[in-house]
Design a protein around this ligand. Structure first.
Ligand code: C5P
Length: 435
């Protein structure tokens, strides 16, 4: 296959060498088209050696071969990695002021881009609008991943790993399996356009007194990744954010909460009429029976302190067991269970107990599950069947979960006119309130 790899001028350009190499090793004829900016980060001799083909950038060279259109016309696939905010803006408007821009416009091949930039630039409404334009045009967007950026900062904006980009790109032309579950976060299209999705993220905090709380180590990264991925796929998203350790996503309606009871109120309000509710937040099962108005003090000579806790409502179970008008309910089962089979079994039990449609099972522990950028999860669906196994960045896992959600929504709309036995009507506020 003739693959054009466009490289634009971001620091991640050095990683594009890995993309070129993986494509060459997979047996493809790779033609690299770097921008002038890209050549400040990675040298032409490197690109020529790795791609085994000459590398051109100048629009006014090779005019007799009509190179500005020849490269694009011959391509079966174009991969742009990294795609900077500037290059994404140019692609969205169809600018052709360099060889890469001309190559893209002259080509009918599928286009795959791997954005890489700082979080602020990625989240800027201009960039997000450009990404929406490209998605609507059928461009495949791989990543960006959430992680350490060039400076000390970290967040969404890091280029996906070369292997994941190549896997996603080859899947677009049917050369490998779909990348869901194996690597890159791929925004396939606007397959959630017109849908309303509510996502909870983060971890609740249950106050003991004005300065202390009982909390958990959930960073909110997985929930935020789901919210962002859903938005990228065209959904209107409400994020119920409980004490996030990372920045809020743009383009989503955000409701800040802290305690389980606050989260419950926000979810119940937002869930009315929603197509999907994803409960990714780690919600405290118990809260202190009484919250002290003053800071609790140790008394001289006491041996310890006993706290009395009371149960919090199970928000997901309340939604699952109340009429919810076909809203797809997705819960999480974060467990420390070491045995894989038992772990999935716990997910099945949780799905049944809570009346959820899908349960995302993942292992958590001292060193896994929480603050990291990667995740590993199994999605349990109808009848407790394992629908998919996902691993990769939290962004890619988010897309994998949404793939399953989309297929449930699609199945439901195709059977909409059939009787929905057992499927209750819209969520109400009538259930018992354990407060
Ligand atoms: O029972 P467990 O806490 O393991 O269930 C986890 C799932 O249930 C998550 O989706 C979480 O958001 C949700 N949950 C809830 N209300 C609670 C506790 C958990 O909705 N009080």
């Amino acid at each position: 296959m003739n693959v054009v790899v466009g490289i634009t001028g971001g620091i991640a350009a050095y990683k594009a060498v890995g993309v070129v190499r993986a494509l060459v090793l997979a047996g493809h004829d790779v033609h690299v088209v770097p921008t002038e900016g890209a050549l400040r980060f990675v040298g032409r001799p490197t690109l020529e050696a790795i791609s085994r083909n000459p590398v051109h950038t100048d629009l006014y060279e090779g005019v007799s071969e009509v190179r500005h259109v020849a490269i694009g016309q011959a391509a079966d696939l174009i991969v742009i990695a990294p795609a900077t905010a500037n290059s994404i803006a140019k692609l969205a408007t169809g600018l052709a002021d360099d060889l890469l821009g001309n190559t893209v416009l002259a080509s009918e091949a599928p286009l795959v881009i791997a954005p890489a930039m700082h979080t602020e630039m990625w989240r800027h409404p201009a960039t997000q609008a450009n990404i929406d334009t490209l998605l609507a045009r059928g461009v495949t967007v791989v990543g960006p991943a959430v992680g350490q950026l060039t400076g000390a900062d970290s967040g969404p904006g890091r280029m996906e790993e070369p292997e994941a980009i190549v896997r996603a790109a080859l899947a677009v032309v049917g050369e490998t399996d779909a990348p869901s579950g194996t690597g890159a976060g791929v925004a396939r299209s606007h397959d959630l356009a017109g849908r309303r999705i509510v996502v909870s993220a983060g971890g609740t905090r249950e106050p003991l007194d004005p300065v202390r709380f009982l909390g958990n180590r959930s960073s909110g990264k997985q929930g935020v990744a789901i919210a962002e991925a859903a938005r990228a796929r065209g959904a209107s998203v409400t994020l119920v954010a409980a004490n996030l350790e990372i920045a809020e996503p743009t383009g989503c309606a955000v409701r800040q909460v802290s305690t389980a009871l606050e989260l419950r109120d926000a979810i119940r309000e937002a869930a009315v009429g929603a197509d999907v509710v994803v409960m990714a937040a780690a919600v405290a099962d118990y809260r202190p029976a009484a919250v002290s108005e003053a800071k609790l003090k140790k008394t001289p000579g006491d041996a310890g302190l006993t706290l009395e806790l009371v149960r919090n409502p199970d928000i997901l179970a309340e939604l699952g067991h109340a009429p919810h008008d076909g809203t797809v309910l997705v819960g999480f089962a974060a467990e420390t269970e070491p045995d894989d089979v038992r772990l999935v079994e716990l997910g099945r039990e949780k799905r049944a107990a809570k009346g959820a449609d899908l349960i995302v099972v993942n292992r958590v522990g001292w060193h896994e599950g929480f603050a990291g950028d990667d995740n590993r999860a199994t999605v349990v669906g109808e009848d407790g069947a394992v629908v998919t196994e996902l691993h990769g960045t939290k962004v890619s896992v988010a897309h994998g979960i949404l793939d399953v959600v989309v297929s449930v929504l699609t199945d439901r709309s195709s059977t909409e006119r059939e009787p929905t036995a057992g499927r209750p009507a819209r969520t109400t506020d009538e259930e018992s309130d354990p407060r």
